[in-house]
Write a protein that binds this ligand. Structure first.
Ligand code: ADP
Ligand code: MG
Ligand code: MG
Length: 962
């Protein structure tokens, strides 16, 4: 049987930092710290595999686990010289969850487990500190009751029932903080707590430590499936199968008096990336006090001058350096000081804003503290969009300041500017967000507020520091956030936020700046980020922007690693120019139909479509009866005239569009997809429009309305579109080809650089379709080259967007120099789901029934649609080993899909201009990941590990001796 319990602590550590999957992030971090000589209280980790087994086993502990746990407790007893439930020197433990990826605030920790009416007296006697003993006991009951017994506040407007009891005690005693309550008050609080538990559960609070431990372990596993955890995983795409580990660790006490305390810190500032020690601590406090925002903590630097703790500050500064060196990244760590002795309780790679990410990556790579690979690996591609987030518009902001609308300044916790209606509850935030931007204000946030935080543009809290729940979660979500705005008073019952003599009501506008901490009354306009100013608006010089310099460093690094080319989907020169500024290397998809939506062009397209069918009819009759040419020409003279005239008018317009694109793209490849609209998209919809068009074209109303009617399709998505248009009406493809070659030739003649057109035929399913279109394109090319007396390089290829094309790729590749996966249509046609209609049932499939893991139109269905792509890649390469392969569906900008494309060995992905930076990083990240999985095989199978753990112990001992 696989090993299920791993010890950690000085000299007994069995796991290591590489075993995140098995031990969870916390367990792996504790093991690694213990191995590397940091002072870690000993304990053990129950693996994530046990969690999986627990769920497979209908939420029951696997057989034999209890015995293994007892054995591990025994090892800790031996190590610490204390006894679990013992009456001489009781061992108390913390029970801590820990998934692979940290999930801030999602899972609850239980401290001081092992206390009961007997052991608390021993603790009191041994520590000679009754206040401390009873404080620990009341905390334990409170946490255990919340997490295991599930006694919680009734709704978000109410306080925790245990906190109410404490508050009563504080009020009665006339003190502000819990730590000012004397021993006897704590004792009576404990009695009240126990009474509450009996009332709510009908059973007394459990006193047997092993029973307590069993309950706590079960609750940690159960919490993996609580609503908060599920919501969080969905947002961050953390697979449900991973499960969580449980860490059981001997307690150290930060609440033993003035030479004790607890804190959390980052080795660098996670909001800005500044190389400064960043963190908070509380004297004489335990556990979540710092993050819960109940007491406002002190800045870490204040420890240098805190009596009894000065020496600990020095030690912490060493820890800070040591951690970065050992772990190669910014660390987010938790510590506790017990009677002047520093203990490490956790470390992990610090979550950071995108702003901090680029700065940290550049600085730490330059300082040789971080490998360039890790700089790429640690990127969150999706979050890079934060860098493009707006800031306050200078003038609008100044106006607000002059009008004295500045309310207060809290702590900056999530950069950017946000303005929106003020909401006090998650429920209102969610509801109002459907109508416009919302700013959520809470005294402090807790995991129940997650929904509201997701919906809000910005978050502001009155209490709590920079590592409070609100700050941590907001940073990760990329939300604008201000915390600890302690001057404001948030009154949930009246719905008014007050600060001095100013106030805002719920539903009115508030503005916050998460980079400075400012909170203002009213609506303030926002302005583009520096990156936009440098790259797009060109209103700022690159060297003047620190942000740009760092961004540029990271992007260049990414370009070194990535294998995939990055192209963009653009049909206007301006879009193309923006995309190039963001680093696009070509156009992967120009949708020519988009070019026709502008101005009165649509009328020419309509003219073309209205008369196309009759023109085709004329041609087929002519082919059958060549002798009747004059007669037919006479009969069809109106459609002939209109159809030809429309094409003639469209040609120069289209040529001009192409020239614009070629000019913007220089020698970069430009993939032009021929016309592919469902016809009805172009046709007039109602009577007035038909009337207007018939007057413009000078043809009778009935005629237009009849055509509109006859062109109506039941399933336009599967109708007369794509190459089917160019096959039935080759004149359209011919016009597009002529426009394209003329444009390319004109630009080539004018500039020194030759454009590189790549013609892409849409919706091909049959080899013959492509063959026909290819012949046409080649013929027009020849004619235009002859006329211009010069030639150009060009490619012709096809989109793979219906299953038949993927299956027949080997044949189709005979005529295609490239394939581009049109994964929007390929997903629609493979799944048989229309993207426009799937909204009726897809959310149910995803969220309720769990049939799909994520929306297949946003993230590629890798095993289904991806399978067809694989088939097409193989088929294409068989016929044409050097065939160029790309993707131009919406998925081209989605990091998970990009990783899949990297694995398929595509040559490029194409995405919308503003996604280009995301795609560059995502491509680099997937390349680094692929490189590393080749370099170091994943964790060894666990079965073997169990055997090896004995050897591992010996190695650890050796290391220690050195
Ligand atoms: P989270 O996953 O929410 O960070 P943790 O398991 O880290 O939860 O526990 C939260 C807090 O509880 C820690 O920051 C620390 O202050 C306290 N804590 C955890 N383990 C111990 C321990 N062994 N001794 C003392 N305090 C602990
Ligand atoms: Mg923690
Ligand atoms: Mg398509």
């Amino acid at each position: 049987m696989a090993k299920r319990v791993y010890l950690f602590g000085k000299g007994i550590t069995e796991g290591n930092g590489g075993q995140r999957n098995l031990l969870g992030g916390k367990g792996a971090g504790l093991a690694e710290m213990a191995k590397r000589g940091f002072n870690v209280p000993p304990g053990f980790t129950i693996t994530t595999e046990v969690c999986t087994a627990y769920y497979a086993n209908k939420r029951k502990m696997p057989a034999g686990l209890n015995e293994e746990v007892k054995k591990a407790v025994g090892a800790i007893e031996k190590h610490t010289g204390k006894q679990f439930g013992g009456h001489k020197n009781p061992l108390l433990v913390a029970v801590r969850s820990g998934a692979r990826e940290s999930m801030p605030g999602m899972m609850d920790t239980i401290l001081n487990l092992g206390l009961n009416d007997t052991t608390v007296e021993v603790l009191k006697a041994k520590s000679n500190n009754g206040r401390f003993a009873y404080d620990s006991y009341r905390r334990f009951i409170q946490m255990y009751s919340g997490v295991v017994l599930q006694i919680e506040r009734a709704n978000e407007n109410q306080h925790d029932p245990f906190e109410i009891i404490i508050e009563e005690a504080r009020n009665k005693r006339g003190v502000k903080h819990d730590n000012q309550l004397p021993e006897e008050d704590l004792k009576s609080i404990i009695e009240k707590f126990k009474k509450l538990v009996l009332e709510k559960t009908g059973k007394p609070f459990p006193s047997d430590p092993y029973k307590q431990l069993e309950g706590a372990i079960g609750a940690v596993f159960a919490s993996w499936m609580n609503e908060r955890a599920i919501l969080y995983r969905r947002k961050y795409k953390i697979p449900e199968e991973w499960g969580t580990a449980v860490n059981v660790q001997s307690m150290v006490f930060g609440n033993m008096g003035d030479s004790s305390g607890t804190g959390v810190a980052f080795t660098r500032n996670p909001a800005t990336g500044e190389n400064e020690f960043y963190g908070e601590f509380l004297v004489n406090a335990q556990g979540e006090d710092v993050v819960a925002g109940i007491r406002t903590p002190l800045k870490i630097s204040a420890m240098a001058t805190t009596p009894n703790l000065e020496h600990c500050y020095k030690e912490l500064c060493d820890v800070r350096k040591h951690l970065e060196k050992e772990f190669g990244d910014v660390q987010d760590f938790e510590f506790t000081i017990e009677n002047g002795k520093l203990y490490m309780l956790q470390t992990r790679n610090g979550k950071r804003t995108a702003r901090a990410y680029v700065k940290i990556a550049r600085d730490m790579v330059n300082q040789k503290l971080m490998t360039p690979e890790h700089a790429i690996e640690s990127a969150d591609p999706e979050a890079l969009e934060q860098l493009l987030a707006p800031v306050f518009h200078k003038e609008s902001y100044q106006k607000a300041i002059n009008a004295n609308l500045l309310l207060t300044k809290g702590l900056p916790a999530g950069p950017g500017a946000a303005t929106g209606t003020l909401a006090f509850t998650a429920e209102k935030a969610e509801r109002w967000a459907t109508h416009g931007p919302v700013v959520l204000a809470r005294v402090e946030t807790s995991p129940e507020d997650l929904r509201g935080m997701l919906a809000a543009k910005g978050i502001v809290t009155a209490k709590g520091g920079v590592s409070s729940h609100a700050a941590v979660v907001a940073r990760q979500m990329g939300k604008v956030c201000v915390v600890g705005a302690s001057e404001i008073d948030i009154n949930y019952s009246t719905g008014v936020l007050t600060c001095g003599d100013k106030s805002i009501k719920e539903g009115e506008f508030i503005s916050i700046n998460g980079s400075t901490g400012e909170v203002l009354i009213g609506k303030i306009d926002t302005a583009p980020s520096e990156l936009i100013q440098v790259l797009i608006d060109k209103t700022m010089a690159p060297k003047d922007s620190e942000l740009f310099t760092e961004y540029d460093f990271v992007m260049k690094l990414a370009d070194k690693y990535r294998k995939l080319g990055i192209r963009t989907n653009a049909d206007q020169p301006e879009q193309a120019i923006n995309a190039v500024a963001f680093g696009a290397e070509g156009i992967g998809l120009c949708r020519t139909e988009h070019m026709f939506f502008k101005g009165d062009r649509i009328d020419y397209v309509r003219e073309m479509i209205i008369f196309a069918a009759e023109y085709a009819e004329y041609k087929s009759k002519l082919a059958q009866r060549p002798g009747d040419a004059v007669l037919l020409e006479n009969e069809y003279h109106i459609p002939i005239m209109h159809f030809k005239q429309a094409l003639e008018k469209l040609l120069p317009i289209q040529q001009e569009d192409f020239e614009g694109l070629f000019n913007a793209m220089g020698e970069r490849p430009v993939t032009v997809r021929y016309l592919d609209p469902p016809l009805h998209e172009f046709l007039p919809q109602n009577k007035d429009q038909i009337d207007e068009l018939s007057r413009k074209l000078d043809v009778p109303f009935e005629r237009v309305s009849q055509t509109v009617h006859s062109l109506h399709e039941s399933n336009p998505m599967l109708g007369h579109r794509g190459c089917r248009l160019g096959i039935v009406y080759p004149e359209i493809s011919e016009m597009q080809s002529r426009a394209l070659f003329r444009a390319a030739l004109a630009v080539a003649a004018k500039n020194k650089k030759s454009p590189k057109p790549e013609i892409m035929i849409p919706l091909v399913g049959f080899e013959r379709e492509l063959e026909l279109q290819l012949e046409l394109v080649n013929r027009v090319a020849k004619e235009e080259f002859a006329a211009a007396k010069r030639t150009l390089e060009y490619k012709v290829g096809t989109m793979i967007e219906i299953p038949r094309a993927a299956i027949m790729a080997e044949q189709i590749a005979k005529h295609a120099q490239f394939f581009s996966f049109g994964t929007n249509d390929l997903t629609q046609t493979t799944l048989g789901m229309s993207r426009d209609d799937a909204g009726h049932f897809l959310p149910f499939y995803e969220k309720e029934a769990g049939i799909v893991k994520s929306n297949p139109f946003a993230t590629l269905d890798q095993i289904g649609v991806g399978k067809l792509m694989e088939i097409a890649v193989q088929g294409g390469r068989k016929t044409r080993p050097d065939i160029k392969l790309g993707i131009c569906g919406e998925h081209g900008g989605d990091p998970a899909s990009i990783e899949f494309c990297n694995g398929l060995g595509l040559s490029y992905v194409s995405c919308s201009p503003f996604r280009v930076p995301v795609a560059r990083i995502a491509a680099a990240k997937s390349a680094v990941k692929a490189m590393q999985s080749v370099a170091k095989p994943v964790e060894k199978p666990t079965a073997k590990k169990a055997v090896k753990s004995v050897k591992a112990k010996k190695v650890v001992k050796k290391v220690r001796k050195r």
